[in-house]
Design a protein around this ligand. Structure first.
Ligand code: GTP
Ligand code: MG
Length: 344
């Protein structure tokens, strides 16, 4: 069925950064603001990912965004852990991402896992922006809930402003030491040459409208062609985590970036020794928030189209590997797909 060919999919945004610099808080803020905008129903929580549609983003970004300027459907955020032991997962998230947010605590600046994330982004050539988080901790800060950052900065004392500036220029200097020319995002003309730094607070939400605007702009300008996919094509994804799940055995939390994966599909998954060929027993998604109190954590879905996160249950997945490719066989030969997976 080629009638749906070349639909634009949601860009995948990895959120990377050092432990405790505020990655999860930032996503909580984005989810929470959407809920208070009455957009809760519009947000879909996936396995390992959160889908924020354009309508919600434009609601949060207010005057900064004109939704008519965009035809990408929204942004799919992947949270990653900052703890040093999770370097594989960070590398996977970074490699899988179309774009990334590097979260840096504005007081702490670059730390070991910030450097590690920068290396991943450099190696994979992933465009990124820097979220200079926790601006609200600047001494004397006068919080401006949910406001664009430049408006918030106008409300600060000279002293607070110059303390923040000092921290921001420290980060810009560290980016430069790492080989990236960077500036405050509103001074950046060419986001392909310069990294935009967005000062913000995941706690008060100031600057979050700016971040969403920059991410939409980056995706629209530089990613649009890569986002054109055949939504009915054989699904392709990457394993984020291999997890034992009661009643299902070993399952793989997977981000699907192309095509569609259906229950019952034969898939080939990269394994510790050799590719695993297996048949999907269940595709699992988190239950909607309203139903979270039922004893079953997941609900079964018939199919999942890119871009999305999903938990795949199938026999023989115990030797699957985080970071490995997942490919639906569909109307190709198994051998052909096995070779494809080996070549990755
Ligand atoms: P890991 O997942 O462990 O790598 O950490 P993380 O980057 O997800 O950090 P998390 O969001 O868990 O935040 C760590 C701590 O910083 C929490 O106590 C947050 O409340 C706090 N925090 C995060 N963002 C802000 C912010 O903008 N302002 C203030 N004041 N505190 C923040
Ligand atoms: Mg976290």
């Amino acid at each position: 069925d080629h009638t749906h060919a070349d639909t634009l999919r949601t860009p995948i945004v990895a959120v990377l950064g050092h432990v405790d610099h505020g990655k999860t808080s930032l996503l909580d803020k984005i989810r929470g603001s959407a809920v208070s905008e009455g957009e809760a129903g519009a947000i879909t929580q996936h396995i390992g990912a959160t889908d924020i549609p354009l309508s919600t983003i434009s609601g949060m970004a207010g005057e900064l965004i004109d939704p008519d300027d965009f035809d990408l459907p929204g942004l799919l955020f992947i949270d990653t852990p900052g703890h040093h032991s999770f370097s594989t997962l960070r590398a996977r998230g970074g490699a899988l991402a179309d774009i990334a947010v590097l979260v840096v605590d504005v007081n702490d600046g670059f730390q070991p896992q910030t450097e590690e994330a920068i290396d991943i982004l450099r190696r994979t050539g992933t465009p990124f922006v820097v979220a200079a988080n926790k601006v609200d901790t600047t001494p004397g800060w006068n919080p401006q809930e949910g406001e664009p950052i430049q408006r918030s900065m106008e409300a600060q004392s000279e002293r607070a402003k110059s303390m923040l500036d000092e921290n921001l220029y420290e980060i810009i200097g560290q980016l430069s030491d790492a080989g990236f020319s960077a500036d405050l995002y509103w001074r950046v003309q060419d986001f392909q040459k310069n990294i935009g730094v967005v000062p913000l607070s995941a706690l008060t939400g100031e600057g979050v409208p700016d971040l969403l605007t920059v991410l939409m702009g980056l995706s629209q300008r530089f990613m649009k062609e890569e986002m054109a996919i055949d939504v009915a094509g054989p699904g392709e994804g990457t394993v984020l985590e291999v997890k034992d799940e009661r009643g299902f055995g070993a399952t793989i939390d997977t981000v699907v970036y192309d095509g569609v994966i259906r229950n019952g599909d034969t898939i080939v998954v990269g394994g510790q020794n050799e590719p695993i060929v297996t048949e999907i027993r269940a595709l699992l998604q988190p239950r909607p928030l309203a139903e979270i109190r039922t004893e079953k954590q997941f609900e079964k879905v018939a199919e999942v189209g890119a871009a999305a996160g999903v938990k795949i249950a199938a026999p023989d997945l115990d030797k699957a590997m985080a970071g490995a490719p997942v490919r639906v066989v569909r109307d190709r030969s198994v051998d052909e797909v096995v070779e494809e997976v080996k070549a990755e």
